[in-house]
Design a protein around this ligand. Structure first.
Ligand code: NAD
Length: 371
C-alpha cells in the first residue's frame, strides 16, 4: 500500500503531516511512503531527509494521488487534490467538517474513507492521537509570546538601578488546552496570572499552574458529559460579564481561547470592557477564526481601539512548524497504527475512536450532524 504525504498549499500553512523522523513507523506498517517534493520545506525538513528516511519523492500531486491508498494531510484537500483522489482512498487530516459541509458531501460521493482529526474523542486512550490538543497547546504558548511582543511593558517584575518594574497582569479566558498552556507560559515569563473558565472543574488545574481562578458561580450545568463547555443562558452571561469586567479592566494582557464545539465562539470581552482597559494593553483572541471572543476582533488582523491592541491571529500552530509538524505526525501515525493491520486498512467501527472520527466511508456520510 502507498501512503502519500502532500505539500500543503493553503496560504499560511507551514506544517507537514509527516516528518522524516516517523517514516520508519509507517514502514513498519508495511506502507510504501511517497512524499511530494518540497512537502517539508516550510517546516525545515528537506527532501534529502525524507529520502534518507526511506521515502520516495515525486514532483506532482496528481501522479502521487493516482496510486495512493492512504493520503495524509494537515489542511482539507483543495479542489485539484480532491479531483485527483481515487475511490477507496483513505484520507486523514484536519478536514474542518462543520465548516465545510460541501467537502464532506464530495468525499462521500467520491467514496473516500475520510478521518477528520477534529472528531477524535477526548478520552485517555486517544490522547496520543489528539491533534486538537497538540496544536492548541502551541497556539496557547505562541499567544503569550505575541502579547509580550506587543505589550509596552516587561512581563516579569524587575528590580533595577533605574527602579522597580511591576510584573504584567495577564487574564486568560477559557482554560482548555490552549488556555492552560497560555497560563504556564505567562507564569514562566513572570507575569501575575488569573484565569476564568465557564467550567469550574478547571479551578484546580488553573491553581496548580500558579494562577488565580476567577470564580463565577452559576445556577446551571456548564459542561457536557464529554467535558466540553455548553452555551450558557443570557442570565448567566450577564453575571459573568459583571464579574469579568473588573478583571479585564485591571489586566495588561487578556488572552481569550473560549470555544463551544460546533458553535460560533462566545462573545465575552465587550466594547465596554475594552474601553476601560489602559492604553497600551493587549488582547490576543485565539477564537478569531470562529468569530472571536471579543468585540472588534478581526481574524488575521490587529485592531486598535482606544489604545488597546486586539490581535486576531489565525493558525498559530503553523508559526511554530517544526514542533507542530512533529507532534501532528506522531498523532497521525498513532491513529494509523490503529487502522492498518498486517498492511491493510481494517475499519473496526466497534473501536470508539475510529467510529467517532471516520466521517465518510463506502459512499456514505457517517456522522448524523453532517448529513
Ligand atoms: P475548547 O477549545 O473547546 O474550549 C476552550 C475553553 O473555553 C474550554 O476550557 C471551555 O470550557 C472554555 N469556554 C467555553 N465557553 C466559555 C465561556 N463562555 N467563558 C469562558 N470559558 C469558556 O476546549 P479544549 O481545550 O478542546 O478542551 C475541551 C475539553 O476536553 C476539556 O475538558 C479538556 O480537559 C478536555 N480534553 C480531554 C482530553 C483527553 O482526555 N484526551 C484531551 C484534551 C482535552
Amino acid at each position: 500500500m502507498n501512503v502519500v504525504i502532500l505539500k500543503e498549499v493553503k496560504s499560511g500553512e507551514a506544517r507537514v503531516a509527516i516528518v522524516p523522523g516517523v517514516i520508519a513507523k509507517l514502514k513498519n506498517l508495511n506502507l510504501k511512503v511517497k512524499v511530494q517534493k518540497g512537502a517539508g520545506e516550510k517546516s525545515f525538513f528537506s527532501d534529502a531527509e525524507y529520502a534518507q528516511a526511506g521515502a520516495e519523492l515525486s514532483d506532482s500531486h496528481a501522479s502521487l494521488l493516482e496510486n495512493a491508498d492512504v493520503v495524509l494531510k494537515v489542511q482539507p484537500p483543495e479542489k485539484n487534490e480532491l479531483d485527483a483522489l481515487q475511490p477507496g482512498t483513505l484520507l486523514i487530516g484536519l478536514l474542518n467538517p462543520y465548516g465545510n459541509p460541501e467537502l464532506v458531501k464530495s468525499l462521500a460521493k467520491k467514496k473516500i474513507t475520510a478521518f477528520a482529526l477534529e472528531f477524535i474523542p477526548r478520552i485517555s486512550r486517544a490522547q496520543s492521537m489528539d491533534v486538537l490538543s497538540s496544536q492548541a497547546a502551541i497556539a496557547g504558548y505562541k499567544a503569550v509570546l505575541l502579547a509580550a511582543m506587543h505589550l509596552g511593558k516587561y512581563f516579569p517584575m524587575l528590580t533595577t538601578a533605574a527602579g522597580t518594574m511591576k510584573p504584567a497582569r495577564v487574564l486568560i479566558v477559557g482554560a482548555g488546552v490552549a488556555g492552560l498552556q497560555a497560563i504556564a507560559t505567562a507564569r514562566r515569563l513572570g507575569a501575575i496570572v488569573e484565569a476564568y473558565d465557564v467550567r469550574s472543574q478547571v479551578k484546580e488545574e488553573i491553581q496548580s499552574l500558579g494562577a488565580k481562578f476567577v470564580d463565577v458561580t452559576l445556577d446551571e450545568d456548564t459542561a457536557t458529559q464529554g467535558g466540553y463547555a455548553k452555551e450558557v443562558s443570557s442570565a448567566s452571561k450577564e453575571k459573568i460579564k459583571n464579574i469579568l469586567k473588573e478583571h479585564v479592566k485591571n489586566a495588561d494582557v487578556v488572552i481569550t481561547t473560549a470555544q463551544v464545539p460546533g458553535k460560533k465562539a462566545p462573545r465575552i470581552v465587550t466594547e465596554e470592557m475594552i474601553s476601560q482597559m489602559s492604553a497600551g494593553s493587549v488582547i490576543v483572541d485565539l477564537a478569531a477564526e470562529q468569530g472571536g471572543n471579543c468585540d472588534f476582533t478581526k481574524a488575521g488582523e490587529t485592531v486598535v481601539h482606544k489604545g488597546v491592541s486586539i490581535l486576531g491571529p489565525v493558525n498559530l500552530p503553523a508559526t511554530i512548524p517544526v514542533h507542530a509538524s512533529q507532534m501532528y505526525a506522531r498523532n497521525v501515525v498513532t491513529l494509523l497504527q490503529s487502522i492498518i493491520k498486517e498492511g491493510t486498512p481494517c475499519f473496526n467501527f466497534n473501536d470508539e475512536v475510529l467510529n467517532a472520527c471516520c466521517i465518510t466511508h463506502e459512499g456514505k456520510i457517517r456522522v448524523e450532524e453532517l448529513k
